[in-house]
Design a protein around this ligand. Structure first.
Ligand SMILES: NC(=O)C1=CN([C@@H]2O[C@H](COP(=O)(O)OP(=O)(O)OC[C@H]3O[C@@H](n4cnc5c(N)ncnc54)[C@H](O)[C@@H]3O)[C@@H](O)[C@H]2O)C=CC1
Ligand SMILES: O=C(O)CCC(=O)C(=O)O
Length: 392
């Protein structure tokens, strides 16, 4: 029986992927093989010895201590692209909220009591809520991955000019992007040319407080900045100064903070970029399937800290081994298996940064001795037997 401990509200469609005859799935489960999470912060949590994987039903993994997971041999998965459309659609709403005074206009209507002469009052007051159109304006997209590429293409469809910046764009993302998106060589050029800027990059050491006084110093009047990426990417104090000094027209953000609450010029939402039934379902299903393939077969897809690796089962007995990515470990592994007279039918070894991962299909169950020998190789982090042998 595999045990999946869930945190946050995970779509039932995803939870139902786990066959109940083989999986226990619950919030307070002891000895879990895997965690299935959304925004649950794991940095301060000590991981149970049984934990083999963390499935993040979403894109951002800044709530997971990736280095510690790698050191402990825990595979972290996410769901790339599964919530991208939901975010893109909310960015569209954010752009409209930033260009038309919808929010203040609606608040004004909400404040009215039923009265004679309502129509003339509305007609008189509406000039206070006039705005501008998106068509013909320049949209700058920072980060052109799963979400940014959709936002950029949407901007073109709305009749905007679109400029983009992404120093590490993937080949797949580049294929998805219209050739009409103009590539910027640096952020300063993008900030000085755009009327709307939408952020779609991860929070990393290199991107923390990236949007600063410096970038906001030389911008177009009326600029609308949209942040559906992460609060930490933006220096809130710099944004408040830019709003105060009319360098920025609106800051539309999915990440309110104590110092930004009720701040004039800010339109803030409670981190709902991915909160649609469709996105929650897509993310949960994708991550549940990845966790099952990993737990039952040792295959890894869409990991953010391990290599992606998949090997069709050649035998019922599979051993997976995680080791630090240094020379001569593979030799030791195969020598130990050979010394114990077990035939390797198929195997695959891949590495990513400091981690190497091996899938080895054996003709027969490995003995306890052989497993002990494998586990005692200095650079080996973990050894797992998948199949009906009498040990784990
Ligand atoms: N508001 C919400 O509910 C949601 C927020 N997000 C946030 O959006 C971020 C992006 O999501 P996806 O597009 O799915 O991720 P992704 O991984 O597909 O794309 C991120 C892109 O950012 C680029 N990038 C990295 N560093 C950069 C830098 N310094 N400047 C410019 N670009 C840089 C990468 O090369 C990559 O192409 C996530 O990391 C997450 O923090 C994601 C989903 C929902
Ligand atoms: O609603 C959620 O699960 C958070 C979505 C998100 O921020 C992400 O996928 O990075």
């Amino acid at each position: 029986m595999y045990r999946i401990r869930t945190y946050n509200s995970i779509s039932v469609k995803g939870l139902n992927r786990f066959p109940r005859e083989d999986y226990e799935v619950a919030g307070e489960l002891p000895h879990p093989d895997a965690f299935l999470i959304r925004s649950q912060k794991l940095h301060d949590m000590e991981f149970p010895d049984t934990l083999k994987a963390v499935g993040r039903a979403g894109a951002g993994v800044n709530n997971v201590p990736l280095d510690r997971c790698s050191e402990e041999g825990i595979v972290v998965f996410n769901a790339p692209g599964a919530n991208a459309n939901a975010v893109k659609e909310l960015v569209l709403a954010g752009m409209l909220l930033g260009s038309r005074d919808i929010y203040e206009g609606m608040k004004f209507v909400e404040s009215l009591e039923p009265q004679d002469g309502l129509d003339p009052l509305l007609e008189k007051e509406k000039k206070r809520f006039a705005g501008t159109e998106l068509i013909g304006k320049t949209l700058g997209v920072v980060g052109l991955g799963n979400i940014g590429s959709l936002v950029a293409n949407m901007g073109l469809a709305l009749g905007m000019k679109v400029i983009g910046y992404d120093p590490a764009i993937s080949v797949e993302a580049a294929w998805r992007l219209s050739s009409d998106v103009e590539k910027m060589d640096n952020l300063s050029s993008l900030f000085s040319r755009a009327d709307y800027i939408s952020l779609h990059l991860p929070v990393l050491d290199a991107t923390r407080a990236l949007v600063s006084d410096g970038l906001l110093a030389n911008v177009n009047p009326g600029l609308v900045l949209l942040n559906f990426a992460r609060g930490e990417i933006v220096d809130n104090a710099a944004v408040m100064r830019a709003l105060q000094e009319d360098r920025l027209h609106r800051y539309v953000s999915d990440f309110p903070a104590n110092d930004t609450l009720r701040h004039p010029g800010m339109l803030q939402m409670p981190h709902i970029g991915a909160s649609t039934g469709e996105a929650e379902e897509n993310c949960a299903i994708m991550v549940a399937d990845q966790l099952m393939d990993f737990l039952e077969h040792g295959n890894i897809s869409n990991s953010v800290n391990f290599p992606n690796i998949s090997l069709p089962r050649a035998t019922p007995v599979r051993v997976t081994i995680t080791n630090r990515n240094v020379p001569k470990v593979l030799n030791q592994i195969t020598a130990i298996i050979a010394d114990h007279d077990i035939n390797i039918v198929d195997m695959l070894n891949k590495s990513r940064a400091e981690i190497a991962y091996n899938i080895i299909d054996l003709e027969a169950c490995p003995s306890e001795d052989s497993l002990e020998a494998l586990r005692s190789i200095e650079e080996v982090i973990n050894v797992r037997v998948i199949g009906s042998c009498n040990h784990s």
